[in-house]
Design a binder for this molecule. Structure first.
Ligand code: GLY
Ligand code: MN
Ligand code: MN
Length: 533
């Protein structure tokens, strides 16, 4: 009995997920989210419904869950940051007898005990009052009251569902809503955005071109297990005559459920940022740049990668940022060559170059800023040569961030400068293929670090990164004097009517500016802590 009581007490101490607050008082306005739902509605096909689930709570271990983060499409459209919720948007206003509505929101219940442990919930009334929805219901009513009757719609738009709904009790309401939705919408087990795209390709392609489609499926099956497990698609890929392909084509199910269209609509909506969003992104970028500045002052031999990560993240918290937008990357020397290095466990950064890629998340919007600095305070000649080449490439990329530039042009120009520079430095032969710049130059930035958006011509209001890099791991096929040098320079650029605006410009970027900043003193210099055995 005693043992039982003890474990109960321990459970009381540690149990329960840690919920972030369920909406931001100083984030996007209810009007913003309402306007985004209207914009979604305007792009939906006639007589259609969009059903958008938020993320489930994810378990970390035993009875501790990860800090909750909502699905960013759901958040963009609602402002709600609680799990166990779903948004329903109709293309036209629908009459439910007692009321008519063009959108419904289903939320988790108020629960004094759960709220005592995990924080406040909005509940039905809170969602009406704070988020500005008119028709809000408890999640247990989803699909039933008011009856959704999904069969009455010509199209049901949703996302690729349910892969990460864990079997934890925290997600039971989520699992129940998903089950209800799958039953009513004719959601086929195992369907994914890839299988649906391939089904549509098969349906839309005339018989004479069907061999090309068979080839595409053949390539996809190597990367997507759900394609490998789809007997119709595999049958189509392996059929040895157009007639056999035609027979299989006739069996491809025609479904009202569309899990591609919503992706395309949200890509187009989220690509261009409003003034409200730009203000939040700008704040995230400024805070992240100040983190880089403070680390430039404080960094010295003997510090660990983790300590440096901690200084950045302390600055974020000091300003009140709620989170980091992605796991922080702090890589000393050769570790900088690992693109998404997040162990950050080198005990002494020595006098090497230090690559630091971090971003504060401010009211849902994340920055993504990288600086590469010499821990000694001075670049050596090889480090300087590589650094200035990357900087020249980045400058050219930033100058291209104007409305009308093709997205791919930024990658082409920045890569060409790096290729030519590597030849001039004797690191590669002219025309040689190499892997010293193995990633893309730019991506959209917003609620996600790799945000939704198109990859055609840039538009005013787009925010994107420009982040060329050169990474020369130990043992590379070049003079060893270059080994272990890793440089990425990454800034967050707004495409404005007046050209590119660098939102993270407060972090020094030139060799001279970085070296000058590193000479400045840091308040951390006089801060000693007791030794811990
Ligand atoms: N921090 C990830 C990236 O730069 O894309
Ligand atoms: Mn990036
Ligand atoms: Mn980055």
């Amino acid at each position: 009995m005693k043992k039982h009581l003890l474990s109960l007490l321990l459970a009381l101490t540690f149990t329960a997920p840690i919920l972030a607050q369920s909406y931001f008082e100083d984030g996007l306005s209810a009007d913003f989210h309402r306007g985004r739902r209207q914009a979604l509605r305007a792009q939906m096909p006639a007589n259609s419904v969009a059903v958008i689930f938020t993320n489930p709570q994810k378990n970390r271990s035993n009875d501790v869950d990860f800090i909750y983060h909502p699905n960013t499409d759901f958040y963009y459209l609602t402002g709600l940051r609680e799990p166990n919720a779903v948004l329903v948007v109709f293309s036209e206003t629908r009459d439910f007898g007692a009321f008519s509505a063009d959108e419904l929101l289903y939320v988790q219940n108020r629960d004094p005990r759960a709220e005592m442990w995990n924080g406040k919930r909005l509940g039905v009334e809170g969602a009406k009052e704070k988020l500005g929805f008119e028709q809000v219901f408890l999640n247990e009513a989803f699909g039933k009251s008011p009856a959704l009757d999904l069969g009455k719609f010509d199209k049901i738009l949703s996302f690729d569902l349910g892969k990460d709904i864990e079997e934890s009790s925290a997600n039971l309401p989520m699992a129940a809503m998903l089950g209800q939705f799958k039953t009513e919408s004719g959601y086929t087990a195992g369907i994914s955005a890839t299988t649906q795209q391939l089904y549509e390709l098969v349906r839309a392609t005339p018989l004479e071109n069907s061999a090309n489609v068979a080839q595409i499926i053949g390539r996809s099956r190597r990367f997507y297990p759900e394609v490998e497990n789809d007997s119709l698609l595999i049958g189509f890929a392996e059929a040895d005559s157009p007639e056999k392909r035609q027979q299989i084509k006739a069996q491809i199910p025609d479904s009202k459920l569309n899990i591609i269209a919503l992706e395309e609509i949200l890509n187009s909506l989220r690509e261009v940022k409003s003034a409200e969003e730009i203000a939040l992104l700008s704040k995230a970028a400024q805070i992240s740049a100040i983190g880089q500045v403070e680390v430039m002052k404080a960094a010295k031999e003997g510090m660990s990668e983790r300590e440096i990560q901690g200084i950045h993240e302390f600055i974020y918290k000091r300003y009140g940022a709620e989170n980091v937008g992605y796991p922080s990357i702090v890589g000393g020397g050769n570790n900088g060559c690992i693109l998404h290095y997040i162990e950050n466990d080198l005990k002494n950064v020595n006098e090497r170059l230090l690559l630091m890629d971090l971003g504060a998340e401010w009211r849902g919007y994340t920055a993504d800023v990288t600086r590469s600095i010499p821990v000694s305070g001075k670049f050596n000649p090889e480090e300087k040569a590589i650094y200035e080449l990357v900087l020249r490439s980045q400058e050219a990329g930033i100058q291209l961030c104007k409305a009308g530039t093709e997205f791919s042009e930024i990658g082409r120009v920045t890569r060409q400068i790096i290729d030519e520079g590597l030849v001039e430095l004797g690191i590669i032969q002219a025309g040689a293929r190499h892997s010293y710049f193995p990633h893309g130059t730019s991506h959209h930035l917003g609620l996600d670090v790799h945000d939704r958006g198109g990859y055609g011509p840039l538009k005013e209001g787009v925010v994107l990164t420009v982040e060329p890099g050169i990474y020369i791991p130990e043992g590379s096929d070049c003079d060893p004097k270059w080994w272990g040098i890793a440089v990425r320079i990454e800034d967050d650029i707004l495409v404005s009517a007046n050209g590119p605006v660098n939102l993270s410009a407060d972090a020094p970027r030139t060799v001279a500016a970085i070296e000058a900043m590193m000479e400045q003193s840091s308040p951390l210099e006089n801060w000693t802590l007791p030794e811990v055995k």
